[in-house]
Design a protein around this ligand. Structure first.
Ligand code: G1P
Length: 279
């Protein structure tokens, strides 16, 4: 069983300025819950209770969110508001949190490598909180763990995107092995429409085997001069095996204003009991 899940959360969130000037983008709320809490709940639902967060300057609100606030709890204790903290309390009671800072922003691969000290030599999940996922019958990370249990190699979550969107993602070239499961032959980070090997885009969910750290150490900076996890996975696919999994459910790109609004509407309709809410 995989117990650890890594949350790279050091990025500046420039697409949400000025909101993210003094506030981490990971604590922006969809309705009344911070984005990162959705991710942690997804990890928990997959049985991952050891949460490792890569933070950076100005990200203290994340640590405070996953901690007790005695004063606040004392204040609302016995009132009708007490229930509002029930979910976060359950998370704090069930999970352990560890943090390390990424000192320089040198890409997602670099952020993941920074997490080695928290992860050690065991397979682990990675969740990018700004991709908010709603699974069909179970969470996306729990679905990916099932694939990992069967094949014991790194697994990336993919979805089909429009050809004009491929430049925003890592894109795979793969051969279908089973229903929704592809063996990765190649992966390209943010290709132009012409060079993209397919329209199967990697979204922010990974299960990685720990040899990825050694591979990252020998990976040269790639797209935009950054150390890319996509390039390390391409090496891992060549030397070993990487699977891509077309998850069952829906993803909202909460790193963009459009996706954020879509997610907000979706969760609001769901809360109101609207019928058009299937993922
Ligand atoms: C990162 C990865 C990219 C992946 C994407 C998913 O890009 O580098 O391969 O497709 O996350 O959201 P970012 O969105 O951080 O630029």
């Amino acid at each position: 069983m995989i117990k650890k899940c890594l949350f790279p959360a050091a990025g500046y969130g420039t697409r949400f300025l000025p909101a993210t000037k003094a506030m981490p983008k990971e604590v922006l709320p969809v309705l009344d819950k911070p984005l990162i809490q959705y991710g942690v709940e997804e990890a928990m639902a997959a049985g991952m209770h050891n949460i490792a967060v890569i933070t950076g300057r100005g990200k203290r609100a994340i640590e405070d969110h996953f901690d007790i606030s005695y004063e606040l709890e004392h204040q609302i204790s016995g009132t009708s508001k007490e229930g509002l903290l029930r979910d976060i309390r359950r998370i704090i009671d069930t999970c352990t949190f560890s943090y390390t800072r990424q000192i320089e922003m040198r890409g997602l691969g670099h952020a993941i490598l920074t997490g080695e000290t928290l992860i050690g030599r065991e397979p682990f999940g990675v969740i990018l909180a700004d991709d908010l996922c709603v699974g069909e019958s179970q969470g996306v990370m729990a679905q990916m763990l099932e694939i990992y249990e069967k094949y014991r190699c790194s697994v990336v979550a993919i979805e089909e995107v429009a050809p004009e969107e491929v430049h925003k993602y890592g894109v795979i070239d793969g051969r279908q092995l089973d229903d929704g499961i592809y063996m990765v032959n190649a992966m390209v980070e943010k290709p132009g429409r012409e060079e993209a090997p397919s329209n199967l885009a990697v979204i922010g969910r990974y299960v990685l085997t720990p040899d990825i750290f050694d591979i990252l150490r020998r990976t040269e900076p790639g797209k935009n001069g950054e150390l890319q996890i996509t390039d390390a996975l391409q090496t891992q696919a060549r030397e070993n095996m990487v699977l891509a999994y077309r998850f069952k459910g829906r993803r909202f790109d909460c790193g963009s204003v459009d996706g954020f609004v879509e997610a907000t509407n979706y969760f609001y309709r769901q809360r109101c009991g609207a019928e058009d809410c299937d993922p």
